[in-house]
Design a protein around this ligand. Structure first.
Ligand SMILES: [Zn+2]
Length: 278
């Protein structure tokens, strides 16, 4: 992605220097309670995938980035992507006669406190509707590359855009489009998550329109969307899949809804709640 020298968002809250002092954070129990309140990128059972047990203190198996030049570059990169999303969603909201309220992006290491509770990096990037903030541990870039085999800057851009998608859903209250009989179910979650993937694709559509995409970028995002499918994560974590437990959609669905958003470029085409065929 072409990003160097472009505007960085003023909405980045850098908490990388402020650890939580190695305190116990999300375990299986708390995680299962707050999972309905915060929206993650990952389905499956990311705790298993990351090799964490519920009693660990959220130590992250990814190599620490140590405030390196690479990490700073990544911080700059996500700031530019966030700025891009602000511009795109402001315009899209204006088309609907609405004002886009920009979310904050919190950069953290290992664990973080949000209005949705405390969380460790093992849950992956997430959005908390309670404080309208996105939370990302930049080491997830390495997770994407190594564990998910989804390398590249645009893979990370997709991750950020997915979480921004949750913010858009929150502002537009898209969840109310869901029929009442699926509220609170895994099916609701899958439809909601696929909509966030769609919205990430909408952002990518406009990024391409502005000439920011380079050759291979779209493929990086599609590879990442595929890699974080529930079936892929469960297969890697436990060797088999349990479709009834899916919360984010299959690899094929995630890739396809992202691509649909990329092709359409409009909020309207992403009504996953009414889609007969997911
Ligand atoms: Zn999500």
């Amino acid at each position: 992605m072409i990003w160097k020298g472009r505007r960085k968002s003023a909405n980045v809250e850098d908490r990388r220097g402020m650890g939580m002092g190695g305190k116990t954070v999300i375990g299986g129990g708390i995680g299962s309670i707050i999972v309905v309140l915060l929206f993650t990128l990952l389905g499956g059972n990311p705790g298993d995938l990351m090799g964490n047990t519920p009693t660990t203190n959220g130590s992250n198996p990814a190599p620490p980035m140590n405030g390196s030049t690479q990490e700073q570059e990544l911080a700059d990169f996500v700031s530019v992507v966030l700025a891009d999303t602000e511009e795109v969603w402001s315009v899209e909201f204006e088309k609907k006669g609405l004002k886009y309220e920009e979310p904050k992006l919190v950069l953290f290491r290992d664990s973080v406190q949000s209005a949705c509770g405390s969380a460790s990096s093992s849950v992956g990037p997430f959005y908390c509707p309670g404080d309208h903030k996105l939370y990302i541990d930049l080491s997830f870039y390495e997770e994407l590359k190594q564990r998910f085999q989804a390398p590249g800057d645009f893979a990370m851009a997709y991750v950020l855009a997915h979480e921004v998608g949750h913010h858009v859903q929150t502002l537009l209250n898209t969840g109310e489009q869901a029929s009442s009989d699926i509220k609170g179910t895994n099916e609701y979650s899958v439809r909601f998550e696929l909509q966030a993937d769609y919205l990430a694709g909408v952002w990518a559509h406009h990024a391409q329109g502005k000439g920011y995409l380079e050759e291979g970028d779209l493929e990086e995002a599609l590879t990442a969307a595929n890699a974080v499918g529930d079936d892929n994560i469960q297969k890697k974590a436990q060797g088999y899949v349990v479709p009834e437990s899916f919360t984010h959609g299959t690899s094929e669905q995630r890739e396809r809804w992202f691509y649909k958003g990329f092709e359409n470029g409009t909020i309207e085409g992403g009504d996953t709640f009414r889609a007969a065929n997911l």
